[in-house]
Design a protein around this ligand. Sequence first.
Ligand code: HEC
Length: 99
Amino acid sequence: MRTKLFALFLVVMLVLSVALPAFAVDGAATFKAKCAACHGPEGQGKIGPALKGTSVTADQIIDMLTKGNDAKKPPHKKPLSGLTPEDAKAVADFVKSLK
Ligand code: HEC
């Protein structure tokens, strides 16, 4: 009985460890949750500028999101809260994929 439970536990942990990181670095989901309110769900722009076809590079976006950019207006003067470097990379790639 105990062994069965333990085996079940192992399977659950394995599934979680595979599924969770994949979810955490979903750029589209991060964009929806953290950027769409200002940049629009399709990156067409709202309070913030349109991001479709932006000339800024993915690296510049990652930098701005993780370190902040003093030359920018809020909220991008400061790093965006609750964003891991992995999220920033995924969301930057997502932004660059918008057409
Ligand atoms: C509270 C509103 C707000 C949120 C949330 C927000 N932005 Fe912005 N964003 C802006 C504003 C306003 C600007 C313009 C800043 C400026 O011109 O100095 C901007 C500028 C940018 C730019 C530069 C565009 C260009 O062409 O120079 C990028 C890239 C960008 N945001 C990406 C993101 C991403 C990715 C997220 C989510 C992780 C995000 N932003 C979240 C308001 C927001």
